[in-house]
Design a protein around this ligand. Structure first.
Ligand code: ARG
Length: 332
């Protein structure tokens, strides 16, 4: 049923069918005229007349064929089967499997599974209504709109994101992820969209005000597992042989809560996020270390097509006034 519908709506089939129809009609007309002549044993004059009408009939058929061909050429490639009609029957594909059509209805757009860890305001966090929102979330939605995808957010801990991307459980990481050479071996990063430093955060009114990593020696310091903050602390310990009691968490919110509860002496948090926390919790930035971090979105190493699409769209967005609106919405 669907196959025959597809065959009939296909422009090539229409053309071929009309040629076959026209030719068989021409043969039929010619044949019936000739048969008529023989059956009725017409006079030479009548045969002559009939032959004239045969020629006219054939000419008519030729005109039909030429007109058909002309229509075919005029409509060109544009009149093929409606993709939305056939796509609805198939299962939804993810971005790693399909090439998005440039213009279709929202419901038939391929899904872009975006992995994030929503504990990183204002990039990604859970709002009062329980929705995952933030700069990164707006960013991926805008980019998806520009490239013809529909976003589906997948929430997980930060340290699970890279593996999930490698396993193709998600198509994109949007999690304020710092572009690092070791990560670049595992995933492909887009062009950077944000610069950030690292801050050491303490509880408001704390007498302990560290001004460097050295000041953290002998202290209990919280960091999110798998993040650059945790890596910085581990590297310091490895390189100096000095002791910092590093407490790793799956969630920055819990780190800040433990800081407030007095369970931690300090925490390592990316500066723009540390600033956001100081507005929501009784915590303060003790020092900011210039680490020159740059955030990028990440895609699977195999998915160069998606990488190129995101890079083109990101470049275009960053050069447009919409970028300034997005920045002032979340950082304004
Ligand atoms: N920029 C840091 C990193 O890449 C921390 C990112 C944490 N992101 C999050 N959504 N929790 O390691």
């Amino acid at each position: 049923m669907a196959a025959s519908l597809k065959l009939v709506t296909d422009k090539r089939s229409v053309f071929v069918l009309s040629v076959i129809f026209s030719l068989s009609y021409a043969i039929h007309v010619t044949h019936s005229l000739l048969t008529e002549q023989i059956v009725r044993k017409q006079t030479a004059e009548k045969v002559y007349e009939r032959m004239n009408s045969t020629i006219i009939a054939i000419a008519l058929v030729a005109v039909i064929i030429i007109a058909g061909a002309a229509v075919y050429v005029m409509y060109g490639q544009g009149t093929s089967t409606n993709p939305t009609a056939t796509n609805t029957a198939t299962t939804q594909k993810t971005a790693s499997q399909t090439n998005p059509p440039a213009s279709t209805t929202t419901s038939s757009l391929p899904i872009l599974k975006v992995g994030t860890s929503p504990d990183f305001p204002p990039f990604e966090f859970i709002d009062d209504k329980g929705n995952i929102v933030g700069f990164d979330m707006d960013l991926v939605n805008i980019l998806a709109n520009m490239t013809g995808y529909k976003v589906q957010i997948v929430s997980m801990s930060f340290d699970s994101l890279i593996l999930a991307l490698q396993n193709k459980q998600i198509d994109v990481i949007a999690a304020g992820m710092t572009i690092r050479p070791d990560r670049e071996k595992l995933v492909s990063f887009t062009i950077p969209y944000w610069n950030a430093s690292m801050s050491i955060v303490v509880k408001n009114g704390s007498s302990f005000m560290p001004k460097s990593l050295d000041d953290l020696v002998g202290k209990t310091v919280g960091a999110e597992s798998g993040t650059t903050g945790e890596l910085m602390l581990k590297e310091y310990v490895n390189n100096t042989g000095k002791q910092i009691n590093i407490k790793s968490y799956e969630n920055f919110i819990l780190i800040v809560q433990d800081l407030v509860n007095g369970k931690l002496d300090a925490a390592m948090i990316d500066t723009p996020v540390a600033q956001a926390f100081t507005k929501q919790y009784p915590v303060t930035i003790s020092v900011t270390i210039d680490t020159g971090q740059r955030f990028g979105l990440a895609v699977n190493k195999d998915n160069t097509q998606l990488l190129n699409q995101l890079n083109d769209a990101l470049q275009e967005l960053m050069n447009s006034p919409q970028w300034d609106q997005l920045v002032s919405k979340w950082f304004g």
